[in-house]
Each structure stands twice: as structure tokens, then as C-alpha cells.
Design a protein around this ligand. Structure first.
Ligand code: PLP
Length: 418
């Protein structure tokens, strides 16, 4: 039932990491007098030159508002904008491009579902299930909705290793459960959840499932039809694409009956003071002038991923994660946080006797960028009785040499207290 959605793949000795690095201008700089080691990819990934150039190109040659202009620039911009939708459709294997909605990011995608689906389909006494590991953006919108509706928010507990307790999840599911909103991969711990089984179980009681794919879509294949999820949200900026852009996928039969999220231009068919008729999907959910330039530039990020192949990207990142886990694990005073059997890209840890923020500052002084703090997962930190962690997260352009640099710096830092 909860088969492990396989993520482990063998490393690829011929992986062209050095030539990949050349495509990311930002990586080639010194920070605090040392070559930059960027290990904050779970927060946002860096952008290849092709994405940066596409933004420049759009504003230099094609800039126009889309869908309504009668002139050549408007037609070009519209074609390019809609081409991205086609590419995203293939990227997530959506049955149609109408089911691909452009948002500001994962956060807005989740809020859209909470506002629109939630307002119409969640009633007093209904139940929504999330997990104890969610990012705040997959907690707070549901809390707000439950408060407004008199519905109840239930939370799947986790083990000390950072895995969901699935037996409890099954007990939480009842005919009152209307929605399960669950992350695919934990941003704080890197745990990969057995999402297919979770979706299957929710559907058995008639609940819909929203998958927060913010941390999975950059690492492995996310196929919305294979998963059979009802909604799926992710952000372009974690996928080598621009900031301020996200994608919300939804099943057609749900999107069609959901009310609009915001009112304005583009989302209407006809407006009269007696009443307004709404546009078809996806435009019903895209009020106002969208983030045209970033949508168009996102094509280059998708092409970059396709060119390398998700399997190879995952294999490389898995090799980095297992190398880092072993190597850093040998440092005296190193305490890993989150040791699930299925993980991707993220190594969260503490150094005995030291505040994570101080560790992060010292690493920064050595040119190493990591994240410190609660990672927008305060309930998870409370579960572990900690304030926060240090988080190193890996992407396609990271190398074992960078992990060696992290190891050397961290060893020196840890020695002060251990
Ligand atoms: N969900 C998860 C698991 C995340 O890691 C993040 C961002 O870190 C988000 C949601 C929110 O994404 P965004 O800030 O791009 O909307």
C-alpha cells in the first residue's frame, strides 16, 4: 500500500557537473574572500544564463500585454506565454493545458485552493488533514479556512526519524475528511513521503488531496496522472526558474466548479452591472496582468532540466546527499535532524553546544551559504524540541568538493565546543 515511491538511483560518474556550473553565472564569485559554496537550494535555486537571457530578451524585443492585443508584439508575447503552459503540461503530465494555472508560487496555489475550493466545499464539521511537517504555507491557509467555516484541522504525527506515522493517518481519515493537504518532500528534513499511498487512502473516504510539490518537482518526476492527486502546487524559483511564479494543477471537474479566486480583467467573459460571467479555466483563475516575462523565461529552466534528464539529476543529488551524510556524520558533535529512510537533497543538523544561527554565520564568513532557523516549519521544530537547524541542500550544480569544503569548515567550527 505505502510502497516507497522509489527515489534512490545510482550516481552517474559521467555527470557533467563542471560544464553545468559554467551555465550559472552567480556561482563564480567570492563571498567573504572565499569561492561561494551555495548550499541553500531548498530556499531557492540559482538560475542558468539561458533563463536570465530570456528575461532580457523578452523585455528587449517582445514586451506587450497578452491575450487582448491586436498587434504583433502582443501576439508574440501571448504565443510564448501559452507555450510555457504547454511545456508545464508535459512536465507534470497534466491531461490538458487548461488545468495548468499560473500563480505567484506554491503559497498562492495553496491559498487559491483554500479560498476557492475551501469556501465552496468545506462546511462546518468537516475535517482537513495536514502533517506535522508542513511548511507554514500549507498550514496557515487551512487554519484560516477552518476558523472561518467551523471545520477541524487534524495533524498526522511523525516519528523521531522524521517520517509520517501512517497508521495514525489512516485512523484520522473519516467520511468527514474533505481534504488532505500534504507535502511531497519536507523542506526542513528532506523526507520523501509515500505520497501515492496517502492519496489512495484519502480517496477511499472520498477526500480530495492537494500535494505541495515545492520540494519534489525539482528533484524527481512528478506525474499528476500517475499520482492521481486532485491539486498540485509548486514554485518555479526552486526549479532553476524565476521568482514570483508558481503552478497550480487541478483536476478539470474540480476547477470547473470552483468559484474564481480573484476578480478582475482576464477572468471574465462578460461584465455588466447586473452580473458577470466568468471565463473558462485556466483564465478564470488568472485575474489581472500575469507575470508574463517570468512565465516565458521559465521555458528555459524546463529545457535545462529536460536536457539533463530528471533521473540523472536525482542520481547526482542522491550521491551528494549520501556523501555529505557520511562525511559530516563523522564530525564530533554533529547531530543529524531527520534520518528518514527516503530522503532527497536536504541535510538538516545541529552542532552540539552551538546555536544554529551562529553556525550559519560562521559558515557564511567562510563563503558557504546554508539556511538556519525553523525553515517555516515551527510546529516541526517544536515536535523535536529545538529552535531550528542548520540546513544544507543540494542542487544539480553542487559538487563533492563543495561538500569537502563544508566538512572542513564545519569541523573547525565544531571543535570549539566538542
Ligand atoms: N512548501 C514547501 C514544502 C516549501 O519548501 C516552500 C518554500 O520553501 C513553500 C511551500 C512555499 O513556496 P513559495 O514561497 O515559493 O510560495
Amino acid at each position: 500500500m505505502y510502497r516507497k515511491d522509489s527515489v534512490a538511483k545510482e550516481g552517474d560518474a559521467g555527470f557533467p557537473v563542471e560544464s553545468i556550473r559554467k551555465r550559472f553565472p552567480i556561482l563564480h564569485q567570492e563571498v567573504n574572500g572565499r569561492p561561494l559554496v551555495y548550499l541553500d537550494n531548498a530556499a531557492t535555486s540559482q538560475k542558468p544564463l539561458s533563463v536570465i537571457q530570456a528575461l532580457n530578451q523578452y523585455y528587449s524585443t517582445d514586451n506587450a500585454n497578452i491575450h487582448r492585443g491586436a498587434h504583433a508584439l502582443a501576439a508574440r508575447a501571448t504565443d510564448q506565454f501559452e507555450r510555457t503552459r504547454q511545456m508545464v503540461k508535459s512536465f507534470i503530465n497534466s491531461p490538458s493545458e487548461e488545468q495548468v494555472i499560473f500563480t505567484k508560487g506554491t503559497t498562492e496555489g495553496i491559498n487559491l485552493v483554500a479560498s476557492s475550493f475551501g469556501r465552496k466545499f468545506i462546511q462546518e464539521g468537516d475535517e482537513i488533514i495536514i502533517s506535522a511537517m508542513e511548511h507554514h504555507s500549507n498550514i496557515v491557509p487551512w487554519q484560516m479556512l477552518c476558523e472561518e467555516k467551523g471545520a477541524e484541522l487534524k495533524v498526522i504525527p511523525i516519528t523521531d526519524e522524521g517520517e509520517l506515522i501512517l497508521e495514525t493517518y489512516e485512523k484520522l481519515l473519516t467520511p468527514k475528511t474533505k481534504l488532505v493537504a500534504i507535502q511531497h518532500v519536507s523542506n526542513a528534513l528532506g523526507t520523501v513521503h509515500p505520497i501515492s499511498g496517502i492519496i489512495e487512502k484519502a480517496h477511499e473516504v472520498g477526500a480530495k488531496v492537494l500535494v505541495d510539490a515545492a520540494q519534489s518537482s525539482s528533484h524527481f518526476l512528478v506525474d499528476v496522472q500517475a499520482l492521481d492527486c486532485d491539486f498540485l502546487a509548486f514554485s518555479a524559483h526552486k526549479l532553476y526558474g524565476p521568482t514570483g511564479l508558481g503552478i497550480l494543477y487541478g483536476k478539470r471537474e474540480l476547477l470547473e466548479v470552483m468559484p474564481p479566486y480573484q476578480g478582475g480583467g482576464e477572468m471574465i467573459k462578460e461584465v455588466d452591472f447586473d452580473g458577470t460571467t466568468f471565463n473558462d479555466i485556466p483564465f478564470k483563475f488568472e485575474a489581472g496582468t500575469p507575470n508574463i516575462a517570468d512565465v516565458i523565461a521559465f521555458q528555459k529552466a524546463l529545457e535545462f532540466i529536460q536536457e539533463l534528464g530528471k533521473d540523472r539529476i536525482l542520481a547526482h543529488e542522491n550521491e551528494l546527499l549520501s556523501y555529505a551524510t557520511d562525511k559530516l556524520g563523522s564530525i564530533k558533535g554533529f547531530i543529524p535532524v531527520g534520518t528518514a529512510s527516503q530522503k532527497v537533497s536536504v541535510l538538516s543538523f545541529l552542532i552540539n553546544g552551538m546555536h544554529p544561527f551562529d553556525v550559519g554565520m560562521m559558515l557564511d564568513a567562510m563563503g558557504i551559504a546554508v539556511r538556519t532557523g525553523h525553515h517555516c516549519a515551527q510546529p516541526l521544530m517544536k515536535r523535536f524540541n529545538i529552535e531550528g537547524t542548520v540546513r544544507a541542500s543540494f542542487a544539480v550544480y553542487n559538487t563533492k568538493q563543495e561538500i569537502d569544503t563544508l566538512y572542513n569548515s564545519l569541523s573547525r567550527i565544531a571543535k570549539r565546543k566538542n
